[in-house]
Design a protein around this ligand. Structure first.
Ligand SMILES: *[C@@H]1O[C@H](CO)[C@@H](O)[C@H](O)[C@H]1NC(C)=O
Ligand SMILES: *[C@@H]1O[C@H](CO)[C@@H](O)[C@H](O)[C@H]1NC(C)=O
Ligand SMILES: *[C@@H]1O[C@H](CO)[C@@H](O)[C@H](O)[C@H]1NC(C)=O
Ligand SMILES: *[C@@H]1O[C@H](CO)[C@@H](O)[C@H](O)[C@H]1NC(C)=O
Ligand SMILES: *[C@@H]1O[C@H](CO)[C@@H](O)[C@H](O)[C@H]1NC(C)=O
Length: 947
């Protein structure tokens, strides 16, 4: 019995063991494959332990490996992991080529480096080879030609990969998918013929490949035709020959993306052939000219399937919206920046499938047609920056139950909706700036529970925030209600104005330019931008310390009635870049913890009552703008500014109680463009070394606007503006706020101090300076002879000093001068003759007993003897009157033409200056105008006199 039972047990056991061994034998990895994989693993750098399962004997059970279940050979290697935080680094070891049975190899989106092993061409069983999104370098191995079974070859987005030729592609007779985007193909001149010899190719991606142009002559020789369906060539600067190639090489393509190239036109019949056939066409961001309608077919004979059409960002000549009613399947239509004028007359009733419509940034006018309300699938509607007018009513919106984006900003539209209307949609993005939504706060927003972006600036709202608003605001990441007349107080607690998306760099609140009052609310700590300027917020800033605003980069509280001293908790503001507290009633000392703001670029405390000394800011090395003007700050000028803040562009301490001398270390600030120390108690001499400041002494110095752009939403930065900063400066005798143009200004203002000594000769090396004000000091000596070197000077003030001697002749070279004051010095002699100098009023020269000649009424006579002698005989021997007459005309003419060429010459050469001049210094035009008038008047007089 026992035996019997035992033998039965034995039999069963043996059976079981043999079965088990059998089945495991079937699956078990072949030793050579196992070894190859371990070598491969050795080449990887696997910081996140993705391949921790790669050990032991049976490699078929390892992560990412599959084996043939009969032979046990590794046939698939799938190392693409959806978790982007876990990536492989290192190299692909050539041991991979020992896996001779591989049919599928995918290492997409890791961080692998080094070259693609050449031996990979020996893996002849491969059907799919996917290496995109790594850091492979070197050239694409030509040995890939041996992979005759390959159907899918994807090498996209390896930015340092180069192909020296593609002729080998013709051997891949089974290739259906080819992705080489971002691979450098600039040397592959014959790529068009190589591609056209891949008979089975269906999908082709050659974006950002620096493709050489197609040679139009070679196209006719390509008598091969592919089955290409999807073609993508974006961002290659290709010209229109590419279209001829496309039309030649495939008769059946359904998707064509040629956006971001240099197409000027399309071949005859292109629209007929293409648009009646494709599903998707993008020609956006090209140089297409002619009428938009030229790019649409007159009719399509067969069934047409066009679903996506993008012709945006092309310089078409302005014309009306063409008829799109042919395309009844159209889902996406992008026509922004295409110079469309006239009515928004799309036959919406034929475009019932439309989901996205973008006709923004055109000159569409008139009302929005009601038929838009029939587009029941409409999801994203962009109409911003047009000239649309009329009202938006329920009839427009009630049918749009899927609407998620509505951008109608910058039109002349007004919302005319019943306060009790309940919208059928849940918007994520509403931008209506410059439309009229007020005066009541729009109640229909009450039902919008998914808003992330709400842009309601300048919408005529004259109301207080309804209570429900603080419920819907909890989903917002961008809120702009600036430039309205919103009043009342903001809720106290941070819970009410919270921005949901914790790690989102786009958390922006803009309440500026309203009538909001009360104390500052407590905001959530994940804000990126907080703009509360130009309201009536009062009380102190102590609440700022209640949170840890670790991501706050822009804080603007300017133009309120905030008072008291600043809290000393600025070490919490780890990301702060711009701090604007100007135009408040803040007082007390500037807190020491300002010195911990390591990222700060711009600090504005202007026009408060801050007192005491400036604390050490030596760690704030990113500072570009310091504006501490119009306070009661005392102490001496800190020497560390010149030693530590080497990026400084604007330094203003105007209107304080600063004493002592100007430290020569300021001359280390090579980027310094605006130095305003006016109206202080500064003594000593003007440092010689100012001429070392490159930004002021080098005309070629790169200047730029000081603008702080927010990250994010970059696809439409135009409707979500940059952060602006302003600095108050004296310009032509008047205080003026400078903002966008600030970074282009080059000004030294040392006026109203107690400076002594002479004007250093070296100051004339500041040839890029456009404003120099040394008035109201105790300066003595002569005006430097070479003053005419400072050709860019537009405003120049030396008044109220003790300067003596004559006006240097070179004054006449200052052809941009439009404000000048030399009054109340001891100058003498004849006022230099030039186009500008005689156009100033006598007040510019008043209080100099010795000056004579126009525009002063006391003419110079021979007995006017300059106090220090040397009379230029040739000048004074001539009849003074005659001289003024002729000389004046001549120099007027020369002054004018030289001045004009000067302007235009500079403007043509330096586009940054051109920008500056045309955009901001309109007076140049005025000056040209004035000069032309004077010129004409005098010429006319002469001509009238002479006949
Ligand atoms: C072996 O693999 C093939 C294809 O992968 C599959 O269809 C078959 O079911 C597998 N056989 C066994 C016994 O797992
Ligand atoms: C486009 O097709 C229409 C009708 O199918 C035809 O009348 C027209 O001439 C064609 N245009 C071009 C440029 O081929
Ligand atoms: C709207 O979209 C749905 C699915 O998204 C689709 O079934 C329907 O056909 C579309 N309507 C029109 C008019 O295209
Ligand atoms: C300048 O300093 C002197 C003393 O050094 C002081 O009397 C005077 O009030 C100061 N002036 C200003 C404008 O601060
Ligand atoms: C100039 O210096 C004199 C004496 O040297 C002094 O009396 C006068 O106040 C000073 N003027 C200014 C504007 O500093």
């Amino acid at each position: 019995m026992f035996n019997c039972r035992f033998s039965l047990f034995c039999v069963l056991t043996v059976l079981c063991i043999s079965l088990c061994v059998r089945s495991s034998n079937m699956n078990k990895c072949v030793e050579t494959d196992n070894q190859a994989l371990l070598k491969l693993k050795h080449g990887f750098v696997d910081g996140s332990h993705i391949l921790s399962s790669w050990s032991g004997e049976d490699c078929c059970k390892w992560k990412g490996i599959s084996c043939n279940n009969l032979t046990g050979r590794v046939n698939r290697l799938d190392l693409q992991f959806s978790d982007y935080s876990a990536q492989l680094e290192g190299k692909i070891d050539s041991s991979i080529c020992e896996l001779q049975h591989l049919t599928f190899l995918d290492v997409s989106f890791n961080d692998l480096q080094g070259e693609i092993p050449k031996c990979i061409g020996s893996l002849t069983q491969l059907i799919e080879l996917k290496l995109p999104g790594n850091e492979f370098v070197g050239s694409v191995p030509r040995t890939l030609a041996n992979l005759s079974n390959l159907q899918n070859l994807d090498l996209r987005d390896n930015n340092n990969l180069v192909a020296n030729g593609l002729e080998w592609l013709s051997h891949l007779s089974n290739l259906r998918y080819l992705g080489l985007s971002n691979v450098n193909l600039s040397r592959v001149v014959d790529w068009p013929s190589s591609i056209s010899r891949i008979p089975s190719l269906l999908e082709l991606y050659l974006d950002v490949c620096r493709l050489p142009q197609v040679n139009p002559k070679s196209i006719s020789h390509l008598n091969s035709s592919t089955s290409l369906q999807i073609i993508s060539f974006t961002s290659n600067e290709l010209d229109s020959s590419i279209l001829s190639w496309v039309l030649n090489v495939s008769k059946v393509f359904t998707s064509l993306d040629l956006s971001h190239n240099s197409l000027h036109s399309v071949p005859d019949g292109f629209a007929n052939i293409t648009l009646c056939q494709v599903k998707r066409l993008s020609l956006s961001h090209n140089k297409l000219s002619g009428q938009l309608s030229d790019y649409l077919p007159e009719s399509c004979s067969a069934q047409h399937d066009l679903e996506e059409l993008d012709l945006s960002h092309n310089p078409f000549s302005s014309g009306p919206l063409p008829d799109f009613s042919w395309f009844s399947s159209l889902k996406r239509l992008s026509l922004e920046y295409t110079n469309v004028v006239g009515q928004l007359s799309i036959s919406f009733d034929h475009l019932r499938s439309l989901e996205d419509l973008d006709v923004s940034h055109n000159q569409l006018s008139g009302p929005i047609p009601y038929t838009i309300g029939q587009l029941s699938n409409l999801t994203h509607l962009y109409l911003c920056s047009n000239k649309l007018n009329g009202s938006i009513s329920e009839a427009h919106l009630s049918g749009l139950s899927r609407l998620k984006t509505l951008d109608v900003s910058r039109n002349s539209l007004s919302f005319n909706l019943d306060p009790n209307w309940v919208p059928p949609f849940q918007l994520g993005w509403l931008s209506a700036s410059s439309c009229i939504l007020g005066p009541q706060f729009p109640t229909w927003l009450k039902y919008q529970r998914k808003l992330r972006v709400l842009q309601l600036s300048n919408t005529g709202i004259k109301d207080s925030f309804p209570k429900w608003f603080w419920n819907i605001s909890s989903t917002l990441s961008y809120l702009n209600v600036s430039h309205n007349k919103l009043s009342g107080v903001l809720p106290k607690s941070s819970e009410s104005i919270k921005t949901e998306h914790t790690r989102d760099r786009n958390n922006i609140l803009d309440f500026s330019f309203n009538n909001l009052s009360g104390s500052l609310p407590i905001f959530s700590s994940n804000l990126y931008v907080l703009l509360l300027s130009n309201n009536m917020f009062s009380g102190s800033l102590s609440s700022l310390c209640a949170i840890s605003p670790v991501s706050l980069a822009f804080l603007d509280l300017s133009g309120n009635i905030l008072a008291g001293s600043l809290p000393d908790c600025w070490e919490k503001f780890k990301s702060l870049e711009v701090l604007n507290l100007e135009n408040n009633n803040l007082s007390g000392r500037i807190p020491k913890s300002f010195g911990t703001l390591r990222k700060i670029k711009s600090m504005h405390l202007n026009n408060n009552n801050f007192s005491g000394k400036i604390p050490s800011l030596t760690l704030c090395k990113s500072l570009k703008v310091i504006d501490f003007g119009d306070n009661i700050i005392e102490g001496t000028l800190p020497t560390w500014v010149g030693h530590n803040l080497l990026d400084l562009i604007v330094f203003s301490l105007r209107g304080n109680k600063i004493q002592g001398t100007i430290p020569t270390s300021l001359c280390n600030l090579l980027f310094l463009q605006v130095l305003d120390l006016s109206t202080n108690n500064i003594t000593g001499e003007i440092p010689q070394c100012l001429s070392r400041i490159a930004a002021l002494s080098n005309m070629e110095f790169q200047r730029s606007f000081i603008l702080y752009f927010r990250d994010g939403y970059s696809d439409d930065t135009s409707s979500l503006p940059s952060i602006e900063i302003t600095v108050m400066l004296a310009w032509k005798g008047q205080n003026r706020e400078f903002w966008k143009n600030l970074g282009l200004m080059t000004i030294i203002d040392l006026s109203d101090n107690h400076l002594t000594g002479g004007i250093p000769q070296s100051i004339t090396k500041l040839v890029a300076l456009i404003g120099l004000n040394l008035s109201g000091n105790n300066l003595t000596g002569f005006i430097p002879n070479d003053i005419g070197h400072m050709k860019m000077l537009e405003t120049f003030d030396l008044s109220r000093n003790h300067l003596h001697g004559r006006m240097p002749k070179s004054f006449s070279n200052l052809s941009f001068l439009s404000y000048m004051n030399l009054s109340f010095n001891n100058l003498s002699g004849k006022i230099t003759v030039s186009t500008q100098l005689q156009s100033f009023t006598a007040a510019s020269y008043a209080g100099n007993i010795g000056l004579c000649g126009p525009p002063l009424t006391n003419l110079c006579s021979e007995d006017v003897v300059p106090p220090y002698g040397i009379i230029d005989k040739s000048d004074s021997n001539e009849d003074e009157h005659e001289l003024v007459d002729i000389g004046f005309y001549i120099s007027l003419g020369l002054g004018f033409s030289a001045g004009f060429c000067g302007v235009c010459g500079t403007l043509i050469i330096k586009s940054s200056w051109r920008h500056a001049y045309f955009q901001f210094f309109n007076h140049i035009n005025d000056w040209i105008y004035v000069t032309i008038i004077i010129f004409w008047v005098t010429m006319k007089r002469k001509f009238q006199i002479q006949p």
